[in-house]
Design a protein around this ligand. Structure first.
Ligand code: GLU
Length: 372
């Protein structure tokens, strides 16, 4: 399989950890200026960039003049609520200087595990990307309880990479990458430049370390890379504090640790749909819609649906069958079965007047559709 070059990516996710965005005085302005100018020029080159940024708890604690990270969840949440304002402001300011618009997106684990919310988050983030905006994502710490926390932004970033099917996930940290041993205690430790995400040897390499304000060490980074690889996303772990990192990334030069996914994107999606989701209903398509899906890679519009069978909710999986009853595709449906029945066979312009609202012009978006 030929690997996509970083500079040819359509979408990438960059995770900025607290140790990268912060220094002793507060937010590291020098790093942020560099990040925004690089990201802006990548966007000008046609790459959609999403930033998953930590730093809210750090900024909140700084404001409260608390030096040591508290253990009590509500204290951390309060700090995050305070600090998130500053975090959003700092991103807004640095991107405005590069004539780019930044948008704040706060997510909880539930937003990505509930299918309806998953679809909403996905459409919103994709919409921002196509509008040339840079989404700045963080966990919605204030409402996260221990059970539903992502826990660390490495995993959140991987889930966002899955959500938008990013080509690359870049985990920026204050380390060069993944080492054969902890370089702080072993001078012979060497940088792992490349490995496949499913390489078993990775398990024993990483020692879990956590920084003063953030969480997550190399273990969570490997976990995140493995999660991202499920959607065919490759991961790069690199030092965000070094200017050269950005240059090397965009020039497709080796930097930090490259963790390659063996899965091709299309296969990854097909596997995900097949493994995780059982079809809850069927849409019977007319000939035109079947051809549009099979041969032209189009989304499924309600006008091409002859009949709707079964009971399903928005975001569930349905089978698309041709007029002979042969399953040609599976996908995540944008309307529940009751609404789908009401709009089948009609033009998309009529959806709003029939239902009183419109989720999407299509009944299944092509990004959520897998041809069998
Ligand atoms: N959401 C946390 C913050 O903004 C960061 C979590 C983490 O990176 O460990 O501070």
């Amino acid at each position: 399989m030929k690997k996509l070059k970083f500079s040819d990516s359509k979408k990438i996710v960059i995770k900025v950890g607290t140790s990268t965005i912060a220094n002793n005085d507060g937010f590291d302005k020098e790093f942020l200026v560099k990040l925004s100018s690089e990201v802006s020029s990548w966007m000008d080159n046609g790459i959609g960039v999403v930033i998953v940024s930590s730093g809210a708890i750090f900024a909140g604690l700084k404001k409260l003049k608390v030096n040591d990270k508290p253990n009590i969840l509500s204290e951390l949440q309060a700090a995050a609520a305070i600090g998130q304002m500053d975090l959003a402001q700092v991103y807004k300011d640095i991107f405005t200087k590069n004539n780019k618009i930044a948008a704040q997106v706060l997510l909880t684990h539930e937003d990505l595990s509930d299918r309806k919310r998953y679809l909403n988050a996905r459409s919103t983030i994709n919409n921002l990307i196509t509008s040339g905006v840079v989404p700045i994502i963080n966990e919605n710490d204030t409402v996260s309880t221990e059970e539903i926390q992502f826990g660390d932004n490495d995993n959140l970033a991987a889930m966002v990479a899955n959500l938008i099917e990013a080509d690359y996930l870049v985990l920026l940290t204050d380390q060069e990458g993944l080492f054969s041993n902890d370089p702080a205690i072993d001078i012979n430790a060497s940088l792992i430049e490349k490995a496949f995400t499913d390489d078993k040897r990775l398990d024993s390499l990483a020692k879990n370390t956590s920084s003063r304000y953030g969480t997550g060490g190399m273990v969570t980074k490997i976990e995140a890379a493995r999660r991202a690889s499920l959607s065919g996303t490759h991961t790069i772990i690199a030092n965000g504090k070094i200017d050269e990192t950005f240059f090397k990334l965009f020039n497709n030069k080796s930097v930090g640790t490259f963790l390659e996914s063996r899965l091709e994107k299309k296969i990854a999606k097909k596997k995900w749909l097949a493994d995780n989701l059982r079809s809850c209903g069927r849409l019977i398509l007319d000939k035109g819609a079947s051809i549009a899906i099979l041969e032209k890679g189009k989304s499924l519009l309600p006008i091409g649906v002859l009949e709707v069978e079964g009971k399903f909710d928005r975001g569930e999986v349905v089978s698309c069958v041709d007029s002979k009853g042969i399953e040609i595709a599976k996908g995540l449906v944008n309307y529940n079965s009751v609404d789908s029945k009401k709009i089948c066979g009609v033009s998309s312009d009529e959806i709003k007047s029939i239902l009183g609202f419109m989720n999407e012009v299509n009944i299944i978006h092509r990004d959520n559709l897998v041809v069998m």
